[in-house]
Design a protein around this ligand. Sequence first.
Ligand code: ATR
Length: 284
Amino acid sequence: MVGGATKVVGVIGDPIEHSLSPRMHNAAFENLGLDYIYLALRVLEKDLKNAVKGAKAFNLKGFNVTIPHKVSIIKFLDEIDLTARKIGAVNTVVNEDGKLLGYNTDGLGALEALREEGVDPEGKKIVVIGAGGASRAITFQLASICSKLLILNRTRIRAVKLAGELTNIGFEVEGRGLTLKSLESGLNDSNILINTSSVGMYPNVTESPVPKEFLRKDLVVFDIVYSPLETSLLRYARSVGAKSINGVGMLVNQGAVGFKMWTGYEAPRDIMRRAVIEGLLGRD
Ligand code: ATR
């Protein structure tokens, strides 16, 4: 029960009412018997600065940050972790004795999502579709462990720019435009495909960023989209016998990393996963 000593965390964004994070974290707090509550807080762009001040004044233990504030919040925080700085976006804030520290847990969430499915990206050749915020978090995480990384994006220059940033810090990364030709040649020489673009996301559920004929049994296909749970891309992957991984694991694991930072406790990931899936199924 919420009481006088209940610690408050939450997520700020706009829109926020469809966020699955309150459901996921509150289920975890309840499961561990922790006196915490997680709220969805709608914050308009013009109010972000005041919202950050308010978070301090209310002594929130921390909060998640989502669209449209992941980049713009950086200038209002006290310190930004090196990885989040490189990515250029913050999704998790921790209040440490009144100082707000910004982190990005998306990349680690994606890596853990792969590993819990028995996929180790170490030494593998990876194709990543998309060059937006999610792609930046994932590619900065994976570039240091995979043997080869190819980033394909609709807007070619974004892929080239991101690949250049990664190359500059010593990784072997190539960026190209997303075309049938680049996809075909890229996938021919890869072990893992990761879709970080919004292609196939609800309501455009019939779309796929990759044609079925480019997929094969020995390719791992990871789509970070979780609504629908099985995108067209993942359905194609399943139909050719490829391993398919949906976006729930990344959502749960990025949340679990933040949960540990706020509470000091290991997050009950299975409870969180169940809460997310129930929320998604209830929505359809
Ligand atoms: P996020 O933070 O979720 O990554 P984002 O920064 O808006 O969101 O990035 C969205 C990604 O999906 C981008 O790589 C975008 O490609 P562009 O850079 O060309 O915009 C990609 N994307 C969105 N709609 C797409 C479509 N219809 N076809 C191909 N790529 C698409």
